[in-house]
Design a protein around this ligand. Structure first.
Ligand code: APR
Length: 237
């Protein structure tokens, strides 16, 4: 199958953990995924951070280390190449907190669930997130914000508001083609994006080895691993 991209097309891409699977990073809901080994309530909620910051940092320090050892795969490079061929009409929204899209050369992107390579004040004192690549061995090593609050991972926990939603909503309203890659459609608002795109009249394509929960909303489904399917999938006019 080939996906034609016309000169009038404006492309919105949403990616999930599946696009990083071939880079060796675990997804969340696979039988051997992250949520099989950890309880979400213990590591990915504001309550967890208050109750047991050491466990939250242990979880994210390990993911930060895994991410630094991983490399972008052919799917990441295919999206970076597509962006270069569509100047001014390509937008990438990722649910992923790894930096593999950036390392593959993607530029016009947002991380709606945060970034492993950043930390921010746990008191939400207003200071912006800071670049942070340190793998903290224990809670005592985690630095403090100038306001006195401890740094926390710059990750959107369950129950917190995803980042950059106004910009994401504008881009969806303007897109004519939405590509969704490697996400199970389990988490909102990301799982709604395909419905918003359909309401805007866009074509919607899902790429992944198994149908997502919101499969019915897609005009096309391309079954396969992203690293095998994305290279060469697009015909750009
Ligand atoms: N190529 C493409 N897709 C793949 C591949 C692959 N090689 N391997 C697995 N997948 C697909 C799976 O079929 C599954 O549909 O990736 C999807 C991963 O789904 P999840 O594990 O639910 O991850 P995701 O959808 O990204 O989770 C969304 O949930 O826990 C929160 O914040 C977390 O951002 C995450 C959000």
């Amino acid at each position: 199958m080939s996906i034609p991209i016309a000169v009038t097309d404006r492309v919105f891409v949403l990616t999930g953990a599946g696009i990083s699977a071939e880079s060796g990073l675990p997804t969340f809901r696979a039988s051997d995924g992250l949520w099989a080994g950890y309880n979400v309530e213990e590591v990915c909620t504001p309550e967890a951070l208050r109750r047991n910051p050491a466990l939250v940092w242990e979880f994210y320090a390990k993911r930060r280390a895994d991410c630094q050892k991983a490399a972008p795969n052919l799917a990441h490079f295919a999206l970076a190449e597509l962006e270069a061929r569509l100047p001014g009409r390509f937008f990438l929204c990722t649910q992923n907190v790894d930096d593999l899209h950036e390392r593959a050369g993607s530029h016009n992107l947002v991380h709606m669930h945060g970034e492993l390579a950043k930390s921010r004040c746990e008191r939400e004192c207003g200071r912006p997130p800071v670049e942070d690549h340190v793998i903290y061995a224990n809670l005592d090593q985690v630095p403090r914000c100038p306001c006195g609050g401890r740094l926390r991972p710059h990750i959107v926990f369950f129950g917190e508001i995803p980042l950059e939603m106004p910009r994401i909503e504008r881009e969806i309203a303007e897109c004519t083609l939405m590509l969704v890659v490697g996400t199970s459609g389990s988490v909102y608002p990301a799982a709604n994006f395909v419905h918003w795109a359909r309401q805007a009249g866009a074509r919607t394509v899902y790429i992944g080895p198994e149908a997502p929960l919101n499969a019915g909303a897609f005009t096309h489904i391309v079954e396969g691993k992203a690293g095998e399917v994305l290279p060469g999938l697009f015909t750009v006019a």
